[in-house]
Design a protein around this ligand. Structure first.
Ligand code: DGP
Length: 125
């Protein structure tokens, strides 16, 4: 994934964004996974035994922000590794990604939820 746009000193950040602060290491949040482009950490309000968020280091609001497809590919590429580290890659897991108010997005920094650790409810909405 060498072509993935890197997080650089010029990477856009929103100084008021809690997820930008987590990505920058400004808050004491243990990371499940980190590479040059994304970090993953456990959700503060877990909806399942495993509930981990994957976010880009650069500030992107959601898919309406038209993030670089390579960055999106990189985020999705991290999903399996996060699932493996959380021990749910074999048992199965669900990813959820909320965009905008009707979807229930509450933190306006793009994130993918990785959920698992038990049999999840059938249905998505
Ligand atoms: P969403 O509804 O898709 O925008 O999900 C946002 C999630 O972010 C929600 O499940 C709670 C989580 N969250 C919000 N603030 C924090 C925080 O400061 N730390 C952590 N670990 N998770 C947070």
């Amino acid at each position: 994934m060498s072509a993935t746009p890197a997080a650089t000193p010029d990477t856009p950040v929103d100084t008021d964004c809690i997820f930008c602060k987590i990505a920058a290491g400004e808050l004491d949040v243990p990371l499940v996974y980190e590479d040059d482009y994304v970090v993953a950490f456990d959700d503060i309000s877990p909806q399942a035994p495993v509930h981990t968020l994957i976010i880009p280091k650069q500030h992107v609001v959601n898919l309406t922000d038209k993030p670089d497809p390579e960055l999106l590919g990189h985020i999705f590429g991290a999903v399996h590794e996060v699932a493996r580290r959380k021990g749910i890659d074999e048992s199965g897991y669900r990813i959820v990604q909320n965009n905008g108010v009707d979807a229930g997005q509450t933190v306006f920094h793009l994130h993918v939820h990785v959920l698992g650790g038990r049999e999840l409810m059938v249905g998505m909405a």
